[in-house]
Design a protein around this ligand. Structure first.
Ligand code: SAM
Ligand code: DTB
Ligand code: SF4
Length: 339
């Protein structure tokens, strides 16, 4: 029997984020599309080998999410229930008080999370918000949690202020391929996103950057997104792979069904082309079900959003996740072995 093999391109990119040579990744769209087309057992085997070189495959990192400023966002991201452009029924709220945020963070820590991610439905933070955000970051860190924020676009000086406050990760997604992007979002460009990611990197924070699968994009678009992510220099330490949650009232409410094995394939390819990244099963886990999630763990996923809600939509509940981990023999990881 002939087994198709795709050799890893010659690159030091898999040595460590931060230790990569300058220049673009050898994982271009074409090579990743070839990976995505492999027979599933072959793709999973490749992904598992890479995963085991860098991580304990029985450990999964737990990040909990909190929306610290909900709704009323001026951006028009076609998937998002928090955009002010669509009638979804999400009420716009102000930035949450620090004490309330800390109460949520404490509960997340006590439930077993190692990282606390705070999201705001902003185009970008305003100067007046940054002092309050700095206090929140300090408070959450004092609880012994790693911190992550996702606040929209950042100017270099804003990124430096967040880094000075001790923010460990900044999440800002590329979401999809450069080619498909314009049919999903019109109020901010792909280059705007790349500029924010550069500002985060230059400020010394770790980058959390991924995308969404299932918005009607092609397999080639998924390959092109992964090529963009793997081509960031260095590639992100954390890569959230979201499965679109189709929210009534958003333009993507009726996005076509995607074969869930395509999601598994995307996770496996992310693991192969970003070997040391935390590859996170993000939005849409509940809808994917236990069997597909188990395949994703076999494909190299090693992080999840943990807690009963994401930002405004529901997540797989904590008891269901505990049962799933028990059934699969998985345990929570302390996080960041490569930090
Ligand atoms: N406003 C900030 C921004 O866009 O950078 C931060 C929050 S935003 C909700 C973070 C990410 O959540 C988006 O980039 C997108 O990848 C993901 N997301 C939002 N709505 C989603 C949905 N309905 N299904 C799947 N992922 C979603
Ligand atoms: C990411 O990639 N996914 C998270 C987090 N980063 C901020 C958000 C998912 C949001 C899902 C829809 C909602 O609840 O608003
Ligand atoms: Fe706003 Fe972020 Fe939602 Fe886009 S994804 S509409 S920027 S909250």
């Amino acid at each position: 029997m002939q087994v198709t093999t795709i050799q890893a391109p010659r690159s030091r990119r898999d040595e460590a984020p931060g230790a990569t040579p300058s220049g673009s990744s050898a994982w271009d769209t074409q090579r990743i599309e070839e990976l995505l087309a492999l027979p599933l057992p072959e793709l999973l085997w490749r992904a598992q080998q890479v995963h085991r070189e860098h991580f304990d495959p029985t450990e999964v990192q737990l990040s909990s999410l909190l929306s610290i400023k909900t709704g009323g966002c001026p951006e028009d991201c076609g998937y998002c229930p928090q955009s002010a452009h669509y009638q979804v029924g999400v009420e716009a709220d102000k930035l949450m008080d620090a004490e309330q945020v800390l109460a949520h963070a404490r509960a997340a820590r006590d439930a077993g999370a190692s990282r606390f991610c705070m999201g705001a439905a902003w185009r970008e933070p305003k100067e007046r918000d940054l002092d309050k955000l700095s206090g929140i970051i300090e408070g959450v860190k004092q609880l012994g949690l790693q911190t992550c924020m996702t606040l929209g676009m950042l100017q270099p000086a804003q990124a430096r202020r967040l880094a000075d406050a001790g923010l460990d990760y900044y999440n800002h997604n590329l979401d999809t391929s450069p080619q498909f992007y314009g049919s999903i979002i019109s109020t901010r460009t792909y280059q705007d996103r790349l500029d924010t990611l550069q500002a985060v990197r230059d400020a010394g924070m770790r980058v959390c950057c991924g995308g969404i699968v299932g918005m009607g994009e092609s397999r080639r678009d998924r390959a092109a997104l992964l090529a963009q992510l793997a081509g960031l220099d260095p590639y992100p330490e954390s890569v959230p792979i979201n499965s679109l949650v189709r929210v009534a009232g958003t333009p993507l409410e009726h996005a076509p069904d995607l074969d869930p094995f395509e999601f598994v394939r995307s996770v496996a390819a992310a693991r192969i082309c970003m070997p040391r990244a935390w590859v996170r099963l993000s939005a849409g886990r509940k809808e994917l079900g236990d069997g597909i999630q188990a395949l994703c763990f076999l494909a190299g996923a090693n992080s999840i959003f943990y807690g009963d809600t994401l930002l405004v939509t529901g997540n797989a509940d904590v008891d269901a996740d505990r049962r799933l981990f028990e059934r699969l023999g998985l345990r929570a990881s302390a996080g960041d072995p490569h930090a």
